[in-house]
Design a protein around this ligand. Sequence first.
Ligand SMILES: *Cc1c(COP(=O)(O)O)cnc(C)c1O
Length: 378
Amino acid sequence: MQYVAGRAGAILRIDLQAVRDNYRLLSKMLGTAKCGAAVKADAYGLGVVEISRVLFEEGCRHFFVAHLEEAIVLRPHLSLDAAIYVMHGSPVGYEAEFLEHRCIPVLNSAQQISAWRELAASRQQQLPAIVQLDTGMSRMGLSTQEVNDWVANPELSSGIDIQFLMSHLSCAEDQSHPMNRSQLHTFQALRSRLPTCGASFANSSGIFLGTDFHFDLARPGAALYGVAPVAGQPNPLKAVAHLQGRIIQTRDIPADTGVGYGLTWRSQKPSRIATVAVGYADGWMRSLSNRGVAEIAGKTVPMVGNVSMDTITLDVSQIDAAHLQPGALVDLISATNTVDQVAAKANTIGYEILTSLGLRYQREYSDSSTTISHQTNA
Ligand SMILES: *Cc1c(COP(=O)(O)O)cnc(C)c1O
């Protein structure tokens, strides 16, 4: 199936120049520390190949994905002087594929370290890795006990060329959260007991916590894609994703008429309803039912009724009929109705809005205000 301009139900515009500008801003904030990039989950739903290409052009040489499969997809598109790190580490038994596909595991447990050490021994080769330490999130990385064992038995990592010790912040978007400093101190204390090597600590929000948090390599994702890094503060990043949905039809309904599944909205007066070809199957979350908004010709209109799988319904009673013809586009994510604002209405975070973006959109990439490619999804 191809989703083509004009006939696609929605258009997702991805501004690669904004990604470049965001990368430059973060790099500048980082000073001498390097700026890597989290491009997991298809670069947060925006297209890992296109996004990674412009980041590489901007000087990025450290790319982070979650799964080995993601690294295998990305590898042929990136020059070998760019490292691709797999944050989950190796699936059990698949360590050798990291060598075949020239990607580097993040080792998260004594068991992953041991499997990597054994591969190094069998190949009689030093093998590169990042080692992750848990500093308080209790999700990934060596526990304090595992670090203690490693300090007592340094040969546990023999044959492993540790490029960075890494950890991850749990509360970084809340700048006043005491956990930020607490994790920082734990990280510093653990590092001081381990072999000297580079360190990687900050995600997007971590970069905004100040230079103490920068170390040698940062791993921003969300900020590159325009998501606000600091809760409750103006967002200095540029919006990357712009979504427009297409009107299928409009209808005039009398007062006291229900709309959509469950008839959860009823008109109080005669109203005009527009049906738009985007639904929860496209990542337009059902939690936006009777809460979300759209924009038509610069005016905000409310989403009324439940979100369906393939459609939403808008109360467009205040909009001039000239803007409501079948095929007309309405703005769903824009500079004035941002990913973060949509997320707040959907009771989630901007990350989930982006990574949920659907596969039925026509995707258009622009770079330096030139539209450079049309990607269709098969
Ligand atoms: C996803 C992720 C990142 C990127 O986080 P953002 O908040 O999107 O900047 C960095 N490090 C780890 C370990 C991650 O899982």
